[in-house]
Design a protein around this ligand. Structure first.
Ligand code: RIB
Length: 336
């Protein structure tokens, strides 16, 4: 059964469509007698107003668009949940898209969210999206960058200091007496990866005799980590690193599998291992993983809060860059 329209209600009540709209949106403009006639027609026809269409027409959508780099990564699941919880408190919903670290997919989601007239966008960016975000803002849709610091101070952003996080991870490995460090991660086109590597280099430079080998990966996944771990296991012992910093925990879980398969390498005795994010799989790994914790849910809720403030601001909104400190979580993979 097709649901009744405003026109059907107007015809049954013997009034104009504009009068029905007034009864629904500006009841103070309609007499008691006409309101009763219209309400009776609404009840008889089972008319249900289409709030989404009304919100879209009024440009007052109660949806927020969120584009994450990898929806399979629990870090982003936790970030999205933080944003959703904060949004629900303000009667907003969050539409989540996965760019899968692909600039074309990211662009398609930004187009979709613009068509949907979302109230704002949260974005963990893949490419150089600033021009597109400036266009969105000119069209009334603000953006807050998540999981990414930005030099472009015209956009708010919420992230962890990945430079400090990378330095913290490698300084921890060096504090164990390890000196042949390997960094496993990539692509470096992802700003988070590049910053963590820069931080790692800074820690290495502070210790005489310490070396850093970069084992680049095509993605930040368990499979990429496992391939890197196996490549290290296949090496002669003397050519292996004595510690590994993986750019995120999914890689670290894969590296652990690749190293330990067939009783290959003992972690941490032969090779210490640390990841980044402190997702729940880190603590649950067969050798509980040390990691650099990111307050993922707090990143999401803070970004949502900034976005709602900018969306509500009439003009002259001052963008804010929030940078949380990283936190070292020590577990079995770097003890002993
Ligand atoms: O998506 C890549 C990584 O960047 C995630 O694992 C998380 O660390 C984010 O900061």
């Amino acid at each position: 059964m097709v649901s009744a329209s405003v026109k059907d209600v107007a015809a049954l009540a013997g009034v104009s469509v504009g009068t029905v709209s007034n009864v629904l949106n500006r009841p103070e403009k309609v007499s008691v007698e006409v309101t009763a006639r219209v309400q009776s027609a609404i009840d008889k026809l089972g008319f249900v107003r289409n709030d989404a269409a009304r919100q879209l027409r009024a440009g007052m959508s109660h949806s927020i668009g969120l584009v994450v780099l990898d929806s399979a990564n629990p870090f982003f699941t936790d970030l999205a949940r933080g944003a959703e919880d904060r949004a629900a408190a303000e009667n907003f919903t969050v539409l989540v898209g996965n760019s899968n670290e692909d600039a074309a997919r990211e662009s398609a989601y930004l187009d979709l969210f613009e068509q949907q007239r979302v109230r704002g966008v949260l974005l963990s960016p893949v490419g150089n999206v600033i021009p597109r975000l400036e266009q969105l803002r000119r069209r009334g849709i603000p953006t807050v960058l998540v999981d990414r610091q930005t030099e472009n101070m015209s956009f708010s952003s919420v992230a962890v200091d990945d430079l400090a996080g990378g330095e913290m991870a490698v300084a921890h490995l060096l504090s164990l007496g390890r000196r042949r460090i390997a960094f496993v991660g990539g692509p470096e086109s992802i700003r988070q990866v590049a910053d963590r590597l820069s931080g790692a280099r800074k820690a290495i430079d502070a210790v005489a005799g310490a070396t850093l080998e970069v084992i680049a990966t095509e993605s930040l996944t368990v499979l990429s980590g496992r391939a890197a771990g196996e490549s290290i296991r296949f090496r002669p012992e003397a050519e292996r690193p004595d510690a590994i910093f993986a750019a995120n925990d999914l890689l670290a879980v894969g590296v652990l599998q690749g190293l330990m398969l067939l009783g290959g390498v003992k972690v941490p005795q032969e090779i210490a291992l640390i990841g980044y994010d402190d997702i729940e799989f880190a603590a649950a790994a067969v050798v509980p993983l040390s990691s650099i914790r990111q307050p993922s849910a707090l990143i999401g809720s803070t970004a949502l809060e900034l976005l709602l403030r900018e969306a509500a601001a009439e003009d002259g909104f001052q963008p804010t860059q929030v940078v949380f400190p990283p936190e070292l979580i020590v577990r079995a993979s770097t003890q002993g």
